[in-house]
Design a protein. Structure first.
Length: 319
């Protein structure tokens, strides 16, 4: 899916609805930990090792990997939508498509803190899209209808566990998605929903896995020895960090958390077992993998055709 800007009334996109948990762990929760002192490198899992661990769970990898296929598909949708809007008399300048390989930080971090929180951002935040000026064509109802289509024609797709997503049924965004997926558009949305549901099911099932439970128990014992008793779950620790730090009088619980994860091998075991549980879920749902593979190939073929016949679309900050 492209990174296009949508009015608040139509903000219920698949990425926003289903990937929100990753953004919370990766952003808001860590923001509360910015003042933590650094932890020595010898106590941590290396960056390269963490990247390998993050790629292990196969369901999560399907959902969050940003490969050449995903990047081409997003850029093809972006260009198609720009051309579509131009044919309707509007200038549409969506956000630039991220290059392949740039989506690593979007993956969920289901086991709490993994690296020392940085006191300052290491890279400047990418600028967002410029809001349309009041009274401009981009702020008009006609522009919104051309891009997002009729509100009463939106398409809603549901999973098996109640998760759902709504997408435009007509308009240029819908036309761009249909150009890449044809009659497989709703099947693609449903496949993604099923994978998100599978990811949640696997995380819940992991709590019953003997090797994961043993690793968690050893992390708990390590935290006890570090004088932080009563810690049961690394992710819960991070979520409750402001309360924890106030209760503990400012003692560095994050330092202890990271060291205990390192000395017990917690993250390695946690991701390895999560990968096994997710693979077991895929094995029980072979149609999901088949649909994912077939529809991804279909997108890639169509994307290459679009990219070969369209010019690169300008971003809001080009020129």
């Amino acid at each position: 899916m492209t990174g296009t800007r949508r009015p608040r009334r139509v903000l219920l996109t698949l990425t926003a609805v289903l990937a929100g948990g990753a953004a919370v762990v990766g952003g808001t929760l860590l923001a509360s930990a910015q003042s933590a002192p650094p932890v020595s490198d010898e106590a941590l899992v290396s960056t390269a090792a963490l990247e390998r661990l993050h790629r292990m769970p196969p369901v999560t990898d399907r959902l969050f990997a940003w490969t050449g296929v995903q990047a081409r598909s997003a850029e093809a949708e972006r260009r198609y939508a720009v051309d579509c809007m131009a044919r309707k008399g509007f200038r549409y300048t969506p956000k630039a498509t991220p290059p392949a390989g740039s989506g690593e930080d979007e993956r969920p971090r289901p086991f709490g803190l993994e690296t020392p929180p940085s006191p300052t951002p290491t890279t400047p935040a990418e600028p967002g899209e410029t809001p349309p000026k009041p009274g401009s064509p981009e702020a008009s109802p006609a522009y919104a209808k051309a891009l997002f289509g009729d509100e009463d024609k939106r398409v809603t797709v549901k999973g098996e566990l109640g998760m759902s997503v709504s997408r435009p049924g007509d308009g240029c965004l819908a036309e761009a998605e249909t150009r890449l997926l044809g009659d497989g558009r709703t099947r693609w949305l449903r496949t993604r929903i099923l994978l998100f549901e599978g990811q949640e099911q696997a995380r819940a099932a992991l709590e019953k896995d003997p090797r994961f439970r043993d690793a968690t128990g050893r992390w708990q014992q390590c935290m006890d020895r570090a004088d932080f008793p009563g810690q049961r779950d690394p992710q819960a620790l991070l979520k409750s960090l402001p309360t924890q730090r106030a209760r503990l009088g400012g003692r560095d619980i994050l330092r202890a958390d990271l060291r205990c994860k390192s000395t017990t091998g917690y993250l390695t075991i946690a991701y390895t077992r999560l990968a096994a549980v997710q693979q077991a879920w895929l094995d029980r749902h072979p149609a999901v993998s088949r649909d994912w593979t077939a529809l991804l190939a279909r997108q890639d073929e169509a994307a290459r055709e679009v990219l070969a016949t369209t010019a690169a679309a300008p971003s809001p900050h080009s020129g």
